[in-house]
Design a binder for this molecule. Sequence first.
Ligand SMILES: [Zn+2]
Length: 136
Amino acid sequence: MDCIFCKIANAEIPSYKIYEDNNLIAILDISQTTKGHTLVIPKKHYKNLYELDSLTSGEIFKVIPDIANALKKAFNPIGLNLIINTEKPLQTVEHFHIHLIPRYENDKLDINFQNNQKEMTAEKYNQIKELIIKNL
Ligand SMILES: [Zn+2]
């Protein structure tokens, strides 16, 4: 399979690796959207979040707080965003990965949790809630 993250995990392609264990690696994202922008990548190929199994999910999140703390200590950001893109066009490499993005004042990254759905009512919240629960 011609997958850049499989090749990086197998050390066939060099990377700026900050962490490795039996199950995963963490590397600097080459784009450095902000200083310290890091990717956590399972060594086993999963296309995206929808394919991830619970064991691997656990292994990944067991390590993420340590990496987050290292980024916090290293760069003293105002905060940190974790982002998972699930498919094209949002997900550019089709091998599951999590972005850890330290945030800084005026870093030009715009993730805005504003209320974009005006006129929400209890009925609308319940419709949305039921639709999700039905699919769990
Ligand atoms: Zn892969």
